[in-house]
Design a binder for this molecule. Structure first.
Ligand code: XMP
Length: 506
């Protein structure tokens, strides 16, 4: 897939994989040689925000349509194809955004077997009015006289609507027709097929070298560690640094799963005292992150030295990270990641990154396939600096951490009991450090801590909405926290989305 900057590009790449075909997403300007080297069976041109007529619009190189493989243009991709082959694209008087109706004029190959009328999702202002010579117009919509085209002889296809979103109910069938029919793919790829491939790769790369992995308990590092362990067994040692900012029972769970169940050599470092001593007196959020990050690296390096300085380091880098830092093709960085609580890039290790080709949901599938327990496979994201960035506006102390851990435990218990854990991107508590409020408990005045409950839904943490938890559940969470944690006498709910808020408070 070539990315012209569309907001759904990653989603198209994932959908193609869900159809059973391995896909890679590359920037639209990637050198032709890079594309040929991959020997693709077909090419998809994504949508994009530009008008094909604007001066700085990304151009479609005509050679891409002459590679001898089928090409499907989606939205901008179709318009760029039409323009480059002599069709007519114009700015329409009104744009077409959101749900629309597609009327099939002539099903051709691409729309064969689909209903004559169907819903589809549009997001465009420029519109194709005339397909290029040799193409058949297959469908129209109220604002698009030409909404789907094909030239079967040349293997060129285009659709104005977005087949990858759920609001185009027949979208997956259209993608499947392109992939299985036009491209002749077998539709049998699955994330699990990465397992054998990666095991062979890791063995070849590492030989009899020693490998270390920083295990955090999150799904990415867990799956990466298991895969590497499958490949090279006890040449791998995992290091789990407990910085004292974990949630209740979290360290024990990781140790039980890896050391006891999977028999992976695991060094668990209890570094709580070190971290708390370093954090004493620090209240500013960025300063906290820096101290936690730097101390983490120090502890990790000490442990690696004790292991005889292994040559290789396992990292749970995902395909979305690879795409966002330029698709591995040296293109411009779109987003830099905050990696506090992780390891910096200039460490003196060779990296082993077995998940580099997988999206998050695919990593979960691989984790299940490798036998990782559900509670680790489906764990909500947890930041590297842990509870350290959830004690806000004051110093991090053991006492405050314990209050926050107890509150977090109650929240998670209730969220899980209500069956909502997987529906939420994250649910957690925040403790405003230096805030006390007056209450009345057992006929006596109390002066206690406030717990903030934060629960959000999100797809990728870039944006998030506050979760509409049922009132009865909120009531239960609140009364349990106040009854079970003596230091707490008030519970409040955070109703801020992102933007304008961030998910974490610091
Ligand atoms: P924000 O608060 O920026 O968070 O909306 C977005 C996502 O990133 C997580 N997060 C972090 N993860 N190290 C991490 O590994 C960090 O320093 C860090 N800060 C925030 C956060 O939990 C959310 O999922």
């Amino acid at each position: 897939m070539l990315d012209f900057g569309g907001q759904y590009s990653q989603l198209i790449a994932r959908r193609v994989r869900e159809c059973g075909v391995f896909s890679e997403l590359l920037p639209h300007h990637v050198p032709l040689e890079e594309i040929k080297r991959r020997k693709p069976r077909g090419l998809i041109l994504s949508g994009g925000p530009a008008s094909v007529y604007s001066e700085d619009a990304p151009r479609l190189r005509p050679e891409l349509l002459e590679l001898g493989i089928p090409v499907l243009g989606i939205c901008y991709g179709m318009q760029a194809m039409v323009l480059s082959l002599g069709g007519r694209v114009e700015a329409a008087e009104v744009g077409e955004f959101g749900r629309s109706r597609l009327t099939v004029i002539e099903p051709g190959c691409l729309l064969a077997g689909l209903p004559a009328e169907q819903a589809c999702w549009m997001s465009h202002r420029d519109t194709v009015f005339q397909p290029p010579p040799g193409f058949t117009a297959l469908a129209s919509s109220s604002e698009s006289p030409v909404a789907a085209i094909e030239d079967v002889q040349r293997g060129l296809y285009g659709i104005q609507f977005h087949p990858e979103v759920v609001h185009t109910p027949h979208g997956t069938e259209i993608l499947t027709t392109f992939l299985g029919g036009a491209c002749g793919c077998d539709l049998d790829w699955s994330p699990a097929s990465v397992i054998d491939e990666q095991i062979a790769d890791i063995r070849a790369r590492v030989g009899d070298g020693r490998v270390v992995c920083g295990l955090s308990g999150g799904v990415d590092s867990s799956v990466a560690a298991l895969l590497v362990h499958r490949a090279i067994g006890d040449q791998l040692t995992c290091v789990f640094v407990d910085h004292g900012l974990m949630r209740k029972g979290e360290g024990d769970q990781v140790i039980a799963a890896f050391r006891d169940h999977f028999k992976v050599p695991l060094v668990a470092v209890d570094a709580e005292e070190r971290f708390l001593a370093r954090l004493a007196g620090i209240t500013e959020p960025e300063a906290k992150r820096k101290v936690i990050g730097a101390e983490f690296i120090r502890v990790f390096e000490e442990e690696a030295a004790k292991l005889g300085d292994p040559k290789f380091l396992v990292q749970g880098t995902l395909y979305s990270d690879v795409i966002e830092s330029g698709g591995g093709t040296g293109a411009a960085t779109i987003k830099s990641h905050h990696n506090v609580g992780g390891l910096p890039e200039d460490l003196r290790f060779d990296l082993v990154e077995p998940l580099r080709g997988l999206f998050k949901d695919e990593v979960r599938q691989v984790g299940s396939e490798l036998g990782l327990p559900d509670r680790l496979v489906w764990r909500q994201p947890f930041p590297g600096p842990g509870l350290g960035i959830r004690i806000v506006g004051g110093e991090i102390t053991k006492e405050r951490l314990d209050i926050l851990r107890d509150a977090d435990w109650v929240l998670m218990d209730e969220i899980k009991a209500a069956g909502l854990y997987r529906n939420l991107w994250q649910s957690f508590c925040v403790l405003p450090a230096d805030v006390r409020t007056v209450g009345v408990q057992g006929d006596e005045r109390s002066y206690g801590h406030v717990i903030v409950v934060r629960a959000v839904t999100s797809d990728d943490a870039m944006t998030a909405d506050w979760a509409r938890l049922p009132y009865d559940l909120i009531e239960k969470i609140s009364s349990r926290m106040i009854n079970e944690i003596p230091a707490v006498n008030r519970v409040v709910l955070d109703v801020t989305s992102k933007p304008p808020g961030t998910i974490e408070w610091e």
